[in-house]
Design a protein around this ligand. Structure first.
Ligand SMILES: [Zn+2]
Length: 258
């Protein structure tokens, strides 16, 4: 009996190979998604996609700037003011358990105090970015002192990570023109946010922080969420915060820079 394929035209053979490849690709995708669920458990929030941003003199976050290109109900999770040994490890543990990738805006002074912890954040697959060497009110500083803080922050990144940051978030979102001009000149992206959960206020329970986050997310239909890994109460609330994102159908987007 003749091989059925022998009677096919080269075009038909090409089509059947394409169909096989599609089947194989679907199988590999299925396996990788099963692996993800096995690692995180079926209740994990997970990370739905990566948003790759070019290195550019751009600014995002609707507190002050245009929005990131996110779909409705997509969120970007960000943490400021760390690394802090008392609370950042618990944040990392909760993110790992939920397979969630976030962006950490770090203070240079804290990075030099806890360089191993800073490197652990990055090794876990999170993006790391700059929040100043010291948590200054930048508009109160002279231009030369603003630029000096940027230099110290860049030096801290070189010391701890071996590279310079490509994104910057102003402490208190207080922007100052001399530093903004310098960030633009060096093509650093300014990252503001779309909503905060006021986790710097005293005695915020997980329930209070979660209710506030969900209320703001409903108003904004998703966006960049500001939290603080340097706050014990935020680290404690994070399991509830992430569970509520999953329950309400929000999708986590991971930022990455070229
Ligand atoms: Zn801060």
């Amino acid at each position: 009996m003749r091989d059925a394929n022998a009677s096919q035209t080269p075009l038909a053979r090409g089509v059947s190979i394409a169909a096989m490849l599609r089947t194989l690709t679907a199988f590999v995708l299925l396996l990788s998604s099963l692996a993800t669920h096995a690692d995180c458990g079926p209740e994990a929030l997970g990370t739905s996609r990566v948003l790759q941003l070019p290195r550019a003199a751009a600014a995002y976050g609707t507190f002050q700037h245009p929005a990131l290109p996110l779909a409705p109900n997509e969120v970007v999770i960000t943490f400021d003011d760390g690394p802090r040994p008392e609370s950042t490890p618990l944040v990392l543990q909760t993110l790992a358990a939920q397979c969630v990738k976030a962006t950490f805006f770090m203070l240079g002074q804290e990075m030099l105090r806890s360089p191993e912890l800073a490197r652990q954040v990055r090794a876990a697959g999170h993006a790391v970015a700059a929040h100043g060497y010291i948590h200054h009110h930048f508009p109160t500083l002279k231009a030369q002192d603003q630029l000096a803080d940027l230099k110290l922050e860049q030096q801290a990144f070189r010391t701890v990570f071996g590279f310079e940051p490509v994104a910057w978030r102003f402490p208190y979102f207080e922007e100052a023109q001399p530093l903004m001009d310098e960030l633009a000149r060096q093509q650093l992206t300014i990252m503001s946010a779309d909503l905060a959960i006021e986790d710097w206020l005293p005695e915020q329970s997980p329930e209070m922080l979660t209710a506030r986050m969900l209320e703001r997310l409903r108003e904004k239909k998703g966006g960049i969420i500001l939290m603080h890994d340097a706050q014990d109460q935020t680290a404690r609330a994070l399991p509830m915060l992430l569970a509520s994102l999953r329950r309400e159908g929000y999708k986590v987007v991971q930022l990455r820079w070229d």
